[in-house]
Design a protein around this ligand. Sequence first.
Ligand SMILES: [Zn+2]
Length: 329
Amino acid sequence: MPTEALPHELCALENTSSVLPFIPLMVGERDVGRYQADGTIKCDILDALRTERLVMQVKPHVYAMHIDDGAVTHPGGSNNYFVGDPKGDMVLIDTGDHHRAWTKSILDYYKALGSPKITGILITHSHGDHIGGLDRIHEATSAPIRCHPKLAERLGKIVGPEAVVSLRSRELMKTGGGVTLRALFTPGHEVDHVCYYLRQDSVLFTGDTILGGSSTTVGDLSSSMKSLQLLSSFRHDTICPAHGPVVPPPQGARLVQQYINHRNEREAQVLAALAKGITDVAEIVRDIYPRNLKRGLRHAAERNVQTHLAKLTRERRVAVSPARYSLTG
Ligand SMILES: [Zn+2]
């Protein structure tokens, strides 16, 4: 299931993308363009982006494969990352969705990097737009799949159990260029979510826990808040998300805290609505979200409010009244 991110106008992050000094796109040593505020790319050799020759180097050991997947739910397209040294070993983060075009983009990009040895395919979480190309990419690289233990059995059914090795929490993995990635278990968006930390380049690969161009959906808010706190404890200046533009310094260093603040503000708004005597999810949404919310987004907003109410209920700060019943027909 793809991520359903709330668009800019729904979240406190709405102004962050418009002030990003957009990260340069590099072709070798040549700077050829910039990300735009809307997540699209301004590039003077745009065609090069669509060929296998473009290699976008985000940091010394980080190469981003950006794809405009056209999904309205997460503005700014999607990213897969190769991490390490193209002349030595690399790892790949996520495998895209099941569409052949996406798999081809990853494999073309891999060729453009010189087909380095891939020592691991690191999965951020179980949603289809992250594991869809798993079998084809495993076949092309023969690399072991590394994932959260809760996901191992399911992925083993796709590529064979011997090809999947569960991660341990905080496990360090070596890759080319003498750098290491640390696996950070970060439930919230999904129970099996893992972020990866590249200390040497000061980068957090955040999967769908933090997005580059919008807010993200949360399954379990209590876990999500703990995961955000965990991420904030690893010093970084750049966020490499699965969707939306890469967030470079200085904003990259602030984004996790902005997510935390945003969730705290939403919680305060929900509590304020309850204090006014509003007791119904749809009414709370009407109270705290913009009036002209489109219908599709109202659904997402309601789910968002529900996750806040579930957390507050678990914390015994909010009580749920029994449902009322009436005859049908
Ligand atoms: Zn996703």
